[in-house]
Design a protein around this ligand. Structure first.
Ligand SMILES: [Fe+2]
Ligand SMILES: [Fe+2]
Length: 318
């Protein structure tokens, strides 16, 4: 008799309802559970324990990372304004990473509960632990991280997906597409990072995310995309791709605020100087590549038919 147990296929998948908790509250600093958590995080981090950078005299990321060096609205600004723009963008990058890791933590926990095999459940439980470490490491580099809130539409799209998406939808969108995209994002952030300890944190996250993305690809290539998942996948990707189509809006917003309000003509010029369309084109091409799996062609045709892999003209993005 074989010692291998068959996976049961006759039982319906469990219903798991979660609240991603983008703004899930925090225990007070003196709470004893935080001491226990701190010790557990230290143990899990081993020699990769995150350290705060002594000097935050420099903004976290280079101007070139944001293509700011190409635009007169940045290069012609005085030094304090340039500094303020880069500080604002550096904070935005860290805040985004914080909410993505916080969402990832819930994602891992939900997927562990939905897993149809012991090994898959173990893997997602370990991934959730990775995300807890990532969240802590990123928070180490954010002032008053416990106070953070977000009105970013991408974070809310992510939250909605994790709260309501079923296993097949989540594997495809979160692991294959978004964690794949996250690999490029974190790699570029690490390369552009001017703070050594933060750079180490970003590189550490990158190593783990490669595993998260890789396992998603294994699952999608082996099981394919179920028919029932196709509609919800397209629905979510339509929203996500529309955001990417409209170019570097975070950079536009930072320059707009720090330069004291830009006219429409200045915004168009700024996005043009930033190479906004080309940036979007590159990102959309990467996303399309990530979405290309053995049975995703009809899904890609649908998105292509809606023009979602082409960037919007700059004039439509302001
Ligand atoms: Fe992560
Ligand atoms: Fe991850």
């Amino acid at each position: 008799m074989s010692a291998l147990k068959k996976l049961s296929t006759d039982r319906p998948p469990p219903t798991v309802v979660v609240d991603t908790g983008l703004e899930l509250g925090h225990l007070p600093p003196e709470h004893k559970l935080r001491t226990v958590l701190g010790a557990a995080l230290d143990k899990a981090a081993g020699d990769r324990k995150p350290k705060h950078d002594e000097s935050d005299a420099v903004p976290a990321f280079t101007a070139e990372h944001f293509y700011l060096h190409q635009t007169a609205l940045y290069t012609d600004a005085d030094e304090p304004t340039q500094r303020a723009i880069r500080d604002r963008l550096s904070r935005a990058m860290l805040h985004e990473a914080y909410f993505i890791e916080k969402s990832g933590l819930t994602f891992g926990a939900k997927m562990a509960l939905l897993a149809p095999s012991t090994e898959e459940r173990m893997l997602y439980a370990l991934f959730a632990a990775d995300e807890a470490r990532h969240l802590h490491a990123v928070a180490t580099h954010i002032e008053d991280a416990d106070e953070l809130v977000t009105d970013n539409p991408f974070h809310h799209l992510l939250q909605d997906l994790i709260d309501h998406g079923d296993r097949a939808v989540l594997v495809f969108i979160i692991q294959v597409v978004l964690e794949g995209w996250g690999l490029t994002h974190y790699r570029q952030l690490a390369e552009a990072c001017l703070r050594p300890n933060l750079r180490d944190v970003l590189r550490g996250i990158l190593e783990d995310e490669a595993r998260h993305h890789g396992s998603g690809k294994v699952l999608v290539e082996s099981a394919g995309i179920p028919d029932a998942a196709r509609g919800p996948i397209v629905e979510a990707l339509v929203k996500f791709l529309s955001m990417v189509q409209s170019g570097p809006q975070t950079v536009l917003a930072a320059v707009d605020i720090e330069r004291g309000g830009l006219s429409r003509a200045q915004k168009v010029q700024l996005l043009t100087d930033l190479g906004g369309e080309a940036q979007s084109q590159t990102r959309l091409a990467l996303l399309k590549k990530l979405m290309t799996t053995r049975d995703s062609a009809p899904l890609l045709d649908d998105l292509e038919g809606r023009g979602l892999f082409a960037p919007l003209p700059v004039a439509d993005c302001v």
